[in-house]
Design a protein around this ligand. Structure first.
Ligand code: PNS
Length: 162
């Protein structure tokens, strides 16, 4: 039986920290689905389709990955994809409190075999988040250390529109 994992998130935009988690978790499963939250209530810089495209541009070299949009509950998306492993990156103790809530909430909701695994962020990316990237971009700062080269121009262009 194939192991299918889902790495869900907002990815507004995908950072080098996300890429690190994606590359490491893709080695743990046969197929990794990156689930991009399509949430109309959340104000994002990029539309769900744009966030999906930025991810695809960034991780074009990893072959057991598929990027999909989802809305509604993550457990439903897991079931639609025959996936039973949720992957989340962990940076700090404050992340952990929220992540534990999500993991236990999802486990409680699921009427199928479901686990969440946490992958510790690499030390170079412990501080990094999409919101830090948006802040640096909105002040015209250098994005090289935060984003893969393929998407820097897209993020700089969006920052100028803001
Ligand atoms: O990158 P983020 O914003 O931290 O990702 C959060 C995400 C998408 C994993 C979370 O908000 C989510 O799974 N949303 C879908 C709705 C849902 O299932 N919530 C959890 C209920 S226990």
């Amino acid at each position: 039986m194939k192991s299918i994992g889902v790495y869900p998130g907002s990815f507004d935009p995908i950072t080098k920290g996300h890429v690190d988690i994606i590359k490491r978790s893709a080695k743990l499963v046969d197929k990794l689905v990156i689930g991009v939250l399509n949430n109309a209530n959340k104000k994002c810089w990029f539309t769900p389709e744009e966030r999906k495209e930025l991810i695809e541009k960034t991780i074009a070299d990893v072959d057991n990955i598929e990027v999909k949009l989802f809305d509604g509950l993550l457990v439903d998306f897991m079931q639609q994809n025959n996936a039973n492993l949720i992957i989340r990156g962990l940076r700090s103790v404050s992340d952990y409190e929220y992540e534990l809530q999500l993991a236990l909430g999802n486990k409680t909701l699921a009427d199928f075999d479901l686990e969440t695994i946490f992958i510790p962020a690499s030390k170079d990316y412990l501080y990094l988040s999409s919101s830090i990237v948006r802040e640096v971009a909105s002040h015209g700062g250098c994005l090289e250390k935060f984003l893969n080269a393929e998407i820097i121009k897209d993020v700089e262009a969006r920052a100028k529109d803001k």
